[in-house]
Design a protein around this ligand. Structure first.
Ligand SMILES: [Zn+2]
Length: 255
């Protein structure tokens, strides 16, 4: 999941109505077109691999492209560690995200948009919500899905409440954009149970102290997850390539 909302102030909230998304399918179509361009650009960057691309990679991940990583490619649940360079891991990441993206249709996206500040807003979804679904979030997936992938979309996907307590209009590409959020979510899908060369990356949401989350636990706020990702980069931790909050940073470009 990206963006659990904890401890957000609720007073003096101003809503900019023109930033509300009135057509869910148009918003998704726009995001799918944009993610294709971003993935293509990053694929090209990893192929070009000049000084500029290598420096940028190091800035984002805190690891150089030639660093050797131990990547688990479990077959039917049995661990199988492969030695792969960081650059190859991200090339593989793009291959996986592109493969999933090409299977997504507008119907793969489940509209769970709800604005608690405007409970009767016409843009609020009328779909029933499973127990435990937070009121506001950006997006989440069920990582164990192997086919017929679904992405659940919440109101923060359209735009977040900023530090002045205003719900802003989210960008399609760039930092904390819809494309970055979608890359984050698609990276969560697990590798295929039978053929680990297929499926997603199986990333996790590392905690605010940079530690690996325990199964089915998430004890950090959105800001905490960002701090955790920063910490992993600063310390040159190999787990950046297993943390969805780090992976999405490679896809924050505007093309
Ligand atoms: Zn996540």
């Amino acid at each position: 999941m990206k963006d659990k909302t904890k401890g957000k102030p609720s007073k003096n909230k101003t809503i900019i109505n023109q930033c509300k998304i009135n057509d869910f399918k148009v918003m998704i179509k726009e995001t799918l077109d944009a993610i294709g361009k971003v993935l293509d650009q990053r694929n090209l960057d990893l192929k070009t691999w000049g000084e500029k691309e290598q420096d940028e990679f190091y800035m984002i991940f805190g690891s150089k492209g030639e660093r050797i990583l131990d990547i688990d490619m479990p077959i039917r649940g049995v661990s199988d560690i492969h030695k792969i360079t960081a650059r190859e891991v991200m090339q593989d990441c793009i291959r996986r995200l592109t493969w999933i993206k090409n299977q997504l249709t507008l119907d793969s996206f489940v509209n769970l948009i709800y604005d608690p500040d405007n409970p009767s807003d016409s843009t609020n979804s009328t779909l029933s919500r499973a127990a435990g679904t937070p009121k506001t979030f950006a997006a989440f997936v069920k990582p164990s899905q192997q086919t017929d992938f679904k992405v659940y979309i919440g109101i923060n996907f359209t735009g977040r409440i900023n530090d002045r307590n205003v719900r802003t209009c989210g960008a399609v590409m760039g930092i904390d954009s819809r494309v970055a959020t979608l890359c984050h979510e698609l990276s969560h899908f697990e590798k295929n149970f039978v053929d680990p060369t297929s499926g997603g990356m199986g990333t996790l949401d590392y905690e605010s102290d940079g530690s690996k989350p325990l199964p089915n636990q998430d004890n950090s706020s959105y800001e905490g997850h960002l701090a955790g990702a920063d910490k992993l980069v600063r310390s040159g931790d190999k787990n950046v390539f297993n943390n969805a909050y780090n992976i999405e940073r490679y896809f924050q470009i505007e093309v």
